[in-house]
Ligand binder design. Sequence first.
Ligand SMILES: Cc1cc2nc3c(=O)[nH]c(=O)nc-3n(C[C@H](O)[C@H](O)[C@H](O)COP(=O)(O)OP(=O)(O)OC[C@H]3O[C@@H](n4cnc5c(N)ncnc54)[C@H](O)[C@@H]3O)c2cc1C
Length: 405
Amino acid sequence: MPRIAIIGGGTAGAASALFLARAGHHVTLFERVAQPSAVGAGILLQPTGMQVLAALGLLDQILEHGARSDRLFGTTAGGRTVLDVRYRHYDQQSFGLGLHRGALFSVLWQAVQSTGVEIRTGADITRIQQTGGKTLLFCRTPAPGSAEHLAGEFDCAVIADGSRSQLRAALAIPQKITPYPWGALWALVPDDGLTQGGLRQWFRHARQMLGLMPTGFAYQQMEQPILSLFWSLRADRLLHWQEQGLETWKKTVLELAPIATVLQHIQSPEQLTFARYADVQMRHWHDARVVCIGDSAHATSPQLGQGANLALIDAMTLASCFAETPAVEPALILYSQRRRAHLRYYQGASKLLTPFFQSDSRIASTLRDIALGPLCRMPIAREQMAMTLSGSKTGWLFGKLQTLK
Ligand SMILES: Cc1cc2nc3c(=O)[nH]c(=O)nc-3n(C[C@H](O)[C@H](O)[C@H](O)COP(=O)(O)OP(=O)(O)OC[C@H]3O[C@@H](n4cnc5c(N)ncnc54)[C@H](O)[C@@H]3O)c2cc1C
């Protein structure tokens, strides 16, 4: 069995550590943060990601912490429907799950700790060297001035260090990383039940977007449900947002959406965190004995709510490739082949959709407002949209993720 190093203990790293360790591999997981904790805001987990968690035996715990989401519903400030995608239009039984990223992290991390994975926290992997059929990892501890040292010798390294990966660039894989000009401000507030049934969004052109997503419960804090609020903002307007003050921002929000009760919970700008996104394109994801998974391999804007979902599917697929082809290099080639269609579709769809929701283009938002609402009512189109949202599509016309393998 190959000795496998995994770099990054987020969704992709922790889930792949679990699958590979349970299959009998010797797995070492390196995480930069010394004491990883339940941080982040809300993520939307899709039915395909839930299938992966079911395969890991963790779905029940996850469902306890999440808020069921049956639809994605968005209107203009004037009340015109822009987006109405319902999971049941793809599959009667399916639904999404609004979930605190920290709850997903904690459930996965706890399982990793009880699975015989060797965990090294506070280990910042700085370099990977492939030499003579071996993979050497170099590391730095968080101590100021600490020198780089050898962290270990492995048969394979899995890079799962997130969208800002420092290790990806050194791989012999053609790649293009493009930061998006837009991001979003996020806050977690108590959920007083204003929004039920799923993600609710309001749009003014593509310049303003407010979202509310029921997010279930923070890890093991089942007494108070929480709601994620997000406000779209161009990164170079963050300073202006800070200067204009909270009350001016609240006034702008209230002109778009009647959410005064939600805004009461926001008393200071520090409650809002700004997140930026990047578009990561790689021609394939393997380089001899090293493979990139999760956001490090294919981060996109979050319009389609697929970040954690794709990471979970990557992890399960990687383990199945090792099960079928135990030799490292052929297993990683198989992984790239097997993930290609699904990842290409979601990267392409996210890239295509983003300017319609986050841009200064009046043409894009006018087209969106005219066309998308009626499309959401057409049976074929609405089924395709629901299938896209559920994380199941592998092509623009045809192609469906049949079984997760
Ligand atoms: C702190 C944090 C908060 C987030 N909050 C949200 C959110 O609110 N909403 C949302 O939709 N998505 C959020 N995300 C992103 C979301 O988790 C991912 O899109 C998705 O889960 C895919 O996960 P991933 O494992 O590929 O990457 P990530 O979740 O980003 O995990 C990468 C991990 O790698 C570790 N790492 C990075 N570099 C190194 C290194 N050199 N050596 C060792 N370890 C390293 C990081 O500390 C991190 O734990 C957040 C990510 C992070 C890290």
